[in-house]
Design a protein around this ligand. Structure first.
Ligand code: FUB
Length: 297
């Protein structure tokens, strides 16, 4: 990886962490939901405050954008449910969000009060965002949304938050209606195993991959459908994220797969001041994945 770092306004030339505290517009962006829209990579993330001591102080979100994964535009705080009209129901703990596109709209799924899920929508990937609903659409921890090749959308998460080592939380999934704001069927439990948080789904070569933080690491499952009972646990996807609970998402961009994650041991951070990074993914012939190796610079 290049060690050259050049600053040109909002642009950074280096890989990890994407944003650096020496950037004029630096903010702590974490819980990355990476998406490819219109040939560009967008990272929709949570926003840690510089003086944060817990996750309650998380009260808005951020967007990063890149055309080549080398130069990044930091769009800064992008959705502030406390200030933007139409999100009055949103309270504290604006934990990990996700974004999805369908039928001309970009949808932003965000938690309020830990498990209540609200939805914003926009005609562009970077806003302006308007309220898609006037209240929470459902309750799930770390909501994430996937639109399959046939246009059917699904929402996932874990049924409730548990601490490292605690049991009783699983990967859950449900269909979304075409309006993207109502469930179209019951929640289905997709993992036999317990997970802590950070559920994510992606599809490659017809295989559906689910991942989640389990204890200190991120594990992954494979399945042949978006609502399997059950997906098959395959093992480690990513090691312990230094100084922070793991939260990952995967994208394919220019024929290469990448895993986005955050870490708390850079930018004078900690588990409440995290910074987004990404590294290459390597798939084996049978579709299983080599555990990610985290890099800096
Ligand atoms: O950012 C707050 C929480 O930390 C997220 O919701 C979890 O996934 C963990 O990354």
């Amino acid at each position: 990886m290049s060690v050259l770092i050049v600053f040109m306004g909002q642009f950074t030339f280096a890989q990890n962490p994407i944003l650096r505290e020496s950037d004029p517009d630096f903010i702590y962006v974490c819980d990355p939901s990476a998406q490819v829209f219109n040939g560009k990579v967008y990272v929709y993330g949570s926003h840690d405050q510089p003086d944060a001591v817990d996750y309650e102080s998380m009260k808005d979100y951020a967007i990063l954008e890149s055309s080549d994964l080398k130069t990044w535009i930091n769009h800064g705080v992008a959705l502030d449910p406390q200030l933007d009209k139409g999100f009055e129901y949103a309270q504290s703990n604006m934990n990990a969000p996700d974004a999805a596109y369908k039928d001309g709209w970009y949808y932003w799924y965000f938690p309020s009060d830990i498990t209540h899920v609200g939805v914003a929508k926009s005609r562009t990937p970077i806003g302006p965002w308007e309220s898609a609903v006037t209240n929470e659409i459902t309750t799930i921890f770390d909501p994430t949304v996937f639109v399959d090749d046939d246009g059917q959308a699904y929402i996932y998460g874990n049924d409730h938050w548990v601490d490292i080592g605690e049991e009783g939380s699983h990967i859950m999934g449900a269909k979304l209606k075409d309006n993207m704001i109502e469930l179209d069927g019951p929640w289905i439990r997709l993992s036999k195993e317990n997970v802590n948080e950070a559920v994510h789904i992606f599809k490659r070569n017809g295989i559906y991959y689910f991942s989640a933080r389990v204890g200190a690491i991120t594990k992954y499952w494979m399945a042949d459908s978006p609502l399997p009972q059950y997906a098959t646990l395959k093992g480690e996807l990513a090691p312990n994220s230094p100084e922070s609970p793991n939260h990952t998402s995967a994208i394919e961009f220019n024929n290469q797969w990448y895993l986005f994650y955050h870490r708390g041991d850079v930018n004078h951070g900690d588990r409440h001041r995290r910074s987004v990074c990404f590294d290459k993914m390597t798939f084996r012939k049978d579709g299983t994945i080599e555990p990610i190796v985290y890099t800096l610079d």
